[in-house]
Ligand binder design. Structure first.
Ligand SMILES: Cc1cc2nc3c(=O)[nH]c(=O)nc-3n(C[C@H](O)[C@H](O)[C@H](O)COP(=O)(O)O)c2cc1C
Length: 509
C-alpha cells in the first residue's frame, strides 16, 4: 500500500502537545516520543508542524526513526510543495580578515578567499580553511574539546617534546611505510578513526571517507554515530576493502548484540569499543551553538538553571551505557565471534594490562581527541609506560598468540608524529579531525590530497631519520627525556627509553 499523501496545511496545524506534534522527515507523529528523544523534547517541539529534514539529517543515521518509532506513527508522505519551506538557515558568517596597511591604519576587512586545493601544504592548512568556511554548528561540533581544552592542545604539543635521534649513511633510496594493522594491510601506519556526524561537514557524510580510504589503501573505522547508515558505509566500500567498527555499547544489551552480529555478517574485521565516554564531556563551544540558536528553550523546567549538556553531542549520545565494566568483556567477545576486540580510550598502563589479561586484542591510547576528561594525558605520553608494563608481564608478544596491538590517537598532524608513535611501539595511529576538515572543505579530493601530503611526509622523514622500512623505526630513534616528568603518581617506571625498552625488545618491538 502506498503511503498516505499529507497536505502541508494539515501538518502545520499539528504543532503543539494539544494538537499532536507532527514533523516532516516524511511526516511522523512524534507526540509520544517527545520525552524519550535523546536530545530532549524541546527540539522536536520547535519543529512541530514544520519541515525538520535539514536539521534532522546530519545528526541522525537514516534508520533512526524506523528503529525507534512504531510504524503506525508514520502518517504519510508530504504532498510536494504543500508546506511552506522553513526560514532559510543562517548563512555561515562570512569571516573577514583585517589587513593592516603600511601607514599603520587598519584597512577595511577583506572577505575570505578560499585557497585552491593545490595551495594546501599541510594538515594544519585544512583546519585553517575549515575555520573560515564551515558553518558554525559543524565547526563548533568538530573543533571543540572538553572544558578548557588543555588535553586537546596537549595531544598535539606532546609530540613536540619528543626529539628524533636520526641515523645517517643508511641506504634510503627506497622507503616503504606500508604496514599491517590487526593483520590487515595498510599503505601507512595511519587509520581513519571514528568521528560522529559527518554530514555536519559534507552533504554526503562518511561515505566520502570510505571512498578516500580505498583510494589510498588505508582502513576506515566506522562510527556508531555516523550520519550515514552503517550499511551505506559498508556498501560504499570496494570489494575486499577492510573496515573496522567503533562501538558505543547501548544500555540495552540486546541492541548491542544485534549491531555486533550484523557487523560481523557484513565483514567488519574489528570492533573498537569506546571506553572513555560513560558520560559525554562538556564541550562548551558545541553547547554554545545551541544556546545561541534558542537559548530560552534550553532552560530546565524550573526556568532558573541552564541545561549543561546540550549541543549536537548530547542530542545523539544519551543511549550510551554508563554501567559498562570489565564484566561485560566476555559478552562482547562472545558476540564478536571472529572479529577482534580493541578497547578505545585506554588512559593508563594498568587498564592496558587488564585489557590484555581479559583477552582483548589491543587498545587505543586515546582521550577522545580531548573531548572527554580535560587534563587526561595524551596517548603518546603514556605509550612508553604501557609498552613497558605489557612487556614486563609477557603480554605484548604472548607466546603462540598474535602480538597485542597498541594504537594511539589524538593530535596527530604530521608523519613525524606517526613515526614517533611507531618508534615507541605503536602499530598505527588514528587520525580524526584532519579527515573531517579536509572532507568539509574540499570533499573527496580534499581527503585524497590530505593523504598524499601524509605519504609525501612519510617518504621524506623516513629518509631523514635513516629508516628504509617501519621495522627500522626503533625506540632508540627518539629521545623522550622531555616527554614526561617521572614523579607524580608514577614511581614505577622511569622515562628513559633504556629502562623502558630493555635490550631484548629494543631492536624492534
Ligand atoms: C567531531 C568528533 C567526533 C567524534 N566522535 C567519536 C565517536 O562517535 N566515537 C568515538 O569513539 N570517538 C569519537 N571521536 C574521537 C576520535 O575517534 C579520536 O579519538 C579523536 O578524534 C582523535 O583526535 P584528533 O581529532 O586530534 O585526531 C570524535 C572526535 C571528533 C573530533
Amino acid at each position: 500500500m502506498s503511503p498516505k499523501q499529507i497536505d502541508g496545511k494539515e501538518v502545520a496545524k499539528h504543532n503543539s502537545m494539544e494538537t499532536g506534534v507532527w514533523i516532516v522527515v516524511h511526516v511522523y507523529d512524534m507526540t509520544e516520543f517527545l520525552e524519550e528523544h535523546p536530545g530532549g523534547p524541546d527540539i522536536i517541539l520547535q519543529y512541530g508542524g514544520k519541515d525538520a529534514t535539514e536539521e534532522y539529517d546530519p545528526i541522525h543515521p537514516p534508520d533512526a526513526i524506523k528503529d525507534n518509532l512504531d510504524p503506525s506513527k508514520h502518517i504519510g508522505t508530504l504532498i510536494p510543495g504543500s508546506l511552506a519551506p522553513p526560514a532559510p538557515a543562517a548563512a555561515p558568517e562570512p569571516v573577514q580578515s583585517t589587513a593592516v596597511v603600511t601607514t599603520g591604519q587598519v584597512a577595511a576587512p577583506q572577505p575570505y578567499v578560499k585557497p585552491d586545493l593545490s595551495e594546501i601544504l599541510s594538515l594544519h592548512d585544512f583546519e585553517a580553511v575549515a575555520r573560515h568556511t564551515m558553518n558554525r554548528r559543524g565547526w563548533n561540533y568538530y573543533s571543540s574539546g572538553a572544558d578548557d581544552e588543555i588535553t586537546m592542545r596537549e595531544n598535539n604539543t606532546a609530540y613536540q617534546r619528543i626529539w628524533f635521534r636520526p641515523r645517517i649513511l643508511r641506504d634510503v633510496t627506497k622507503v616503504d611505510f606500508s604496514t599491517e594493522i590487526l593483520g590487515h594491510k595498510s599503505s601507512m601506519p595511519v587509520y581513519i578513526t571514528a568521528t560522529a556526524l559527518g554530514k555536519l561537514g559534507h552533504p554526503e557524510g562518511e561515505v566520502v571517507l570510505t571512498r578516500a580510504a580505498h583510494e589510498h589503501g588505508i582502513i576506515q573505522m566506522i562510527p556508531t554515530l555516523a550520519s550515514c547508515g552503517f550499511d551505506e558505509m559498508v556498501d560504499a566500500a570496494a570489494p575486499g576493502q577492510v573496515q573496522f567498527l567503533q562501538l558505543y555499547v547501548n544500555a540495552d544489551k540486546s541492541r548491542t548484540k544485534k549491531i555486533i552480529e550484523h557487523a560481523g555478517k557484513r565483514g567488519v574485521k574489528a570492533l573498537f569499543i569506546t571506553v572513555d565516554a560513560p558520560q559525554l564531556g562538556r564541550r562548551e563551544k558545541d553547547m554554545r551553538t545551541k544556546f545561541e540558536g534558542n537559548a530560552s528553550s534550553h532552560q530546565t523546567k524550573g526556568g532558573d538553571k541552564v541545561q549543561r549538556d546540550a549541543g549536537a553531542a548530547r542530542a545523539i549520545s544519551s543511549f550510551i551505557d554508563p554501567s559498562l565494566s570489565w564484566k561485560d568483556i566476555p559478552f562482547l567477545k562472545e558476540c564478536a565471534g571472529d572479529m577482534k576486540i580493541i578497547l578505545k580510550g585506554v588512559q593508563s598502563w594498568e587498564d592496558a594490562v587488564l585489557a590484555a589479561e581479559r583477552g582483548c586484542d589491543g587498545v587505543v591510547l586515546s582521550n577522545h581527541g580531548g573531548r572527554q576528561l580535560d587534563t587526561a594525558p595524551a596517548g603518546i605520553t603514556i605509550l612508553p609506560e604501557v609498552v613497558a608494563a605489557l612487556n614486563q608481564r609477557g603480554l605484548l608478544v604472548p607466546p603462540g598468540k598474535p602480538r597485542f596491538e597498541i594504537m594511539v590517537d589524538g593530535g596527530v598532524r604530521r608523519a613525524t608524529d606517526v613515526l614517533k608513535a611507531v618508534a615507541l611501539g605503536a602499530t598505527a595511529v588514528g587520525v580524526g579531525r584532519p579527515f573531517l576538515y579536509s572532507m568539509s572543505t574540499y570533499g573527496f579530493e580534499g581527503v585524497c590530497h590530505m593523504l598524499q601530503i601524509l605519504k609525501d611526509e612519510f617518504e621524506m622523514n623516513m629518509r631523514l631519520i635513516g629508516a628504509p622500512t617501519l621495522t627500522d623505526v626503533v625506540p632508540s630513534m627518539v629521545d623522550i627525556s622531555a616527554l614526561k616528568v617521572p614523579t607524580v603518581g608514577n614511581t614505577m617506571f622511569g622515562v628513559n627509553y633504556e629502562t623502558m625498552y630493555p635490550a631484548g625488545v629494543k631492536a624492534k618491538l
